[in-house]
Design a protein around this ligand. Sequence first.
Ligand code: PG9
Length: 616
Amino acid sequence: MKSLPKSIFLLLFIFISTNLLAQTDAEFDVKAHYTKQEVNIPMRDGILLHTTIYSPKDTSKEYPILMSRTPYSSRPYGEDKFRSQVGPNEFLMKEGNIIVYQDVRGRWMSEGVYDNMRPYIPEKTGNEIDEASDTYDTVEWLVNNVTNNNGRVGIWGISYPGFYSTYSLLDAHPAVKAVSPQASIGDFFFDDFHHNGAYFLSYWRATAVFGYEKDTPSDTTWYSFPELKTEDQYQFFLDVGPLSNLDKYYGEDNVFWQQLKEHPNYDEFWQKRGIVQHLKDIKPAVMIVGGLFDAEDLYGPFNIYQAIEKTSDNYNILVMGPWSHGDWARQKERQAIGNVYFGDNISLNYQKNVETKFFNHFLKGSGDASLALPEAYMYDTGRREWKSYEAWPPKEAVKRSMFLGNNQQLDDKPGEGSEEFISDPKKPVPYSEDIKMVFTPRKYMTDDQRFAARRPDVLVYETSELTEDLTLTGDVLAKLQVATTGTAADWIVKVIDVYPHHAEDYEETQDYLKMGNYHMKVRSEVIRGRFRNSFSKPEPFEPNKKTEVSFKLQDIHHTFKKGHKLQIQVQSTWFPLIDLNPQTYVENIFEAKEEDFQKQTHTVFHDSEIIFTVLE
Ligand code: PG9
């Protein structure tokens, strides 16, 4: 596709996203059933936060308030303009709820200063503010000023709004009865486009501009596209070279780029922005929702759920489906991630039978702990069916080790010997066979990995054909034993489901012809090797010295069926999903120079261990 002028790109993006969202309410006419008002709510320090309130026209009864706080605009188009999607789902809209959207501090029509992942202040005094106090002050105003509200408030949000939902659990207002953080950021150093120290270049659009014009009631400014000269994102970033050459594309207002550049290590700046550490003695009911193929926020949902489970005795459940980022909020009939098909109406059924039940029970119903939803409602992405568990990970799960053995086998015990490969920053391993300029990394989460398996700089280890089903139900710990001729290296581990040559269990879909011997990526993760012992105190490698590099891959719920194989791939570049490691140690890779980038030889030893969580 020849490069399009920026304006068409933007219109294209808006058209696609609006249509995706509009599907949610295609049949439901918000304007016919709701009135809209826009108010500016004063916070305890006097700052006014712009808030949009949709109230049912039927004023014969009271309704709970369902609020989402967002950096992505509460769509202040004015009284006569309605959002394309309102509320967490269409069922709740049809039943009638008071729906509230608020521009968080410093974004769009709200006053104040925006801060990325604003740190929480425990024991606030006087006019000290954070997102917890802004939420508290907003709820206090709403329950005392919005007509026909029943005094109960639910809070929800996806991704960054999911983070603000999680935040609302801290010093929660007593009217807040039910919160659903969905694809919530848990910690910016491990979520979104920065995993274990590696920077996710392919997300560049999201980080290109988080800028905003306060008076432009449109989200077209949220994304901007530098003058594009190619559709080939791999070549684009290869030509760009060192990260410092990207400054011209990222404006000063791109808070993420500036902060990640200035704080490449997990220093106090990032530590105090993580929300998981504060989740103690939580009172509202919580439903954590996420996608098992969410390329952005996987760390958040699992760690937020576990933190609350460990520290609180509130109603706290987990729902993880065959979704990418935010898929569950759309009503696309056929649920597939890239080439892999999971079934029909999966999101619609979740919205109707899970999300709507959760909010109705705690906001309109008895609100007690009797709500019979599963503790962990988890989709098995191998069997392609839901399963309910009483705990996550399941109590009956056990740890099982496999070792990266000789002749590319996964062995039950550690072996002697090793494999080596040349890692060349000039010829990095692509992260997909389909790398487009615009933000497309979500598909890569299930992409066929045969293209990578055939490269000399990707090591492949696999079981023989499984003689019985193998179900993974939890995290994977990679304990690599490695060496490098250089002083720095990234390590990527991928868990792959190798389909049999004739994948008969796919014949009900048109994809089945491509599924024969498909190498489906189930989970993947990277660690920047300098952080192997500490994310705060990076260390170079000693050349040619055998060194342990251990890191966690986020939870899996996947059955490797009989006749399939479980495969592990190990590599050191993953481009341009992540930026290139110079492979010679520099203090800050954002400031690396062209000459720092050197070809090196890496070695992986046969006592490298992969520890799976297996359902016995
Ligand atoms: N967590 C995603 C994100 C964060 C910051 C910048 C861009 C994207 C999200 O909110 O989609």
